[in-house]
Ligand binder design. Structure first.
Ligand code: CDV
Length: 322
């Protein structure tokens, strides 16, 4: 018997700075309706899905930025999303800015059951950007100003999803997808489905050197496809897309299988639902053969992965040392 879960990426078009959470939530509820009509059982929304990608906006007074954060989940504004998920029997993944009761700030994602239970929470580990206003940049990227580094590691949970009694599910957020370490930590927990929301500008905004426009989507897909293949897992990477506050985000949400193949891809820069029927048993081949970690990993050779952060220079070859 195949273990099929019908998953969806619910890509969101732009959410402008002036638009409230209610606008975003109404659009997300419509996407859940469409997901239900198309038989989707688990829906992935993007990173920071409830507002514009606010780290592009500088607040000299850090406390002003608290307006972008959620201190309750669900809240009055997000309750319709939870109600729709319950109505349609859909498990959903939601990215949002989290302010904890004791005043910590994280870029967070939760996985919520149709009954409203939080099955899993993840807080973004790899925060890109900078903490202070950077006059050299055309657009700011102030994640390091507004968020703390996530303190939950990369957790995986086995929980019911759709008609399946147990699926091994894990999460990462946006920039994390570029880091093989994040994928491998999930792979080492036998993950079968990785969910990743993202907001990625169509051009490199750091003004540090030339990066050809077309490579932006390529690098995103390359990272997700490689991560899925090398860890024998399905992956859903779901974007915010289109021109938001004058800044273009490239969309191109994808669903990828454990062979690294793209099963579905968004083609608009707007709200768009893509779906795929994922047989979780397809993860078995990779993890029992070429990526049978227990048989083939050589941790004694991997010390640098956790023992050092930055790259060091290699020794310089010299004939006399032979
Ligand atoms: N939201 C992100 O983490 N965005 C980064 C950008 C800044 C490159 C990303 O890796 O897509």
């Amino acid at each position: 018997m195949p273990r099929i879960l019908t998953v969806a990426a619910a890509q969101l078009g732009p959410i402008q700075r002036a638009e409230g959470r209610e606008v975003a939530v109404a659009r997300m509820v419509r996407l859940l309706e469409r997901a239900h009509a198309r038989g989707a059982e688990l829906v992935v929304f993007p990173e920071l899905a409830l507002t514009t990608f606010f780290p592009r906006h500088y607040h000299a007074d850090r406390a002003e930025a608290d307006a972008w954060f959620e201190s309750a989940m669900p809240s009055n504004a997000t309750a319709p999303l939870f109600a729709a998920a319950r109505r349609y029997g859909i498990t959903f993944h939601l990215g949002y800015a989290e302010r904890t009761p004791d005043g910590h700030h994280y870029n967070t994602a939760i996985l919520v059951s149709p009954a409203g239970d939080v099955l899993l929470k993840y807080r973004k580990v790899h925060l890109p950007g900078h903490a202070e206003f950077d006059p050299k940049r055309a657009v700011q990227h102030l994640e390091k100003r507004y968020f703390e580094v996530g303190n939950l590691g990369f957790p995986v949970i086995r929980a019911p999803a759709g008609g399946l009694p147990g699926v091994n599910m894990g999460m990462m957020i946006c920039n994390d997808r570029r880091w093989p370490e994040a994928w491998r930590v999930l792979g080492l927990q036998s993950v079968e489905l990785v969910m990743c929301g993202y907001n990625t500008p169509s051009t490199n905004q750091s003004a540090a050197g030339f990066e050809a426009h077309h490579l932006r989507v390529f690098h995103s897909h390359l990272s997700v496809q490689a991560g899925a293949y090398q860890n024998a897992t399905f992956a859903v990477a779901c974007a915010k897309a289109g021109t938001e506050d004058g800044c273009e985000l490239f969309g191109h949400s994808i669903i990828v299988n454990p062979q690294g193949e793209i099963m579905a891809q968004a083609t608009s820069w707007d709200d768009e639902l893509i779906t795929a029927d994922c047989d979780m048993d397809m993860c078995t081949l990779g993890r029992t053969t070429i990526f049978a970690f227990d048989k083939h990993r050589r941790v004694e050779a991997y010390g640098r992965i956790t023992g050092q952060v930055g790259a060091v220079a290699p020794p310089v070859w010299s004939k006399t040392e032979q």
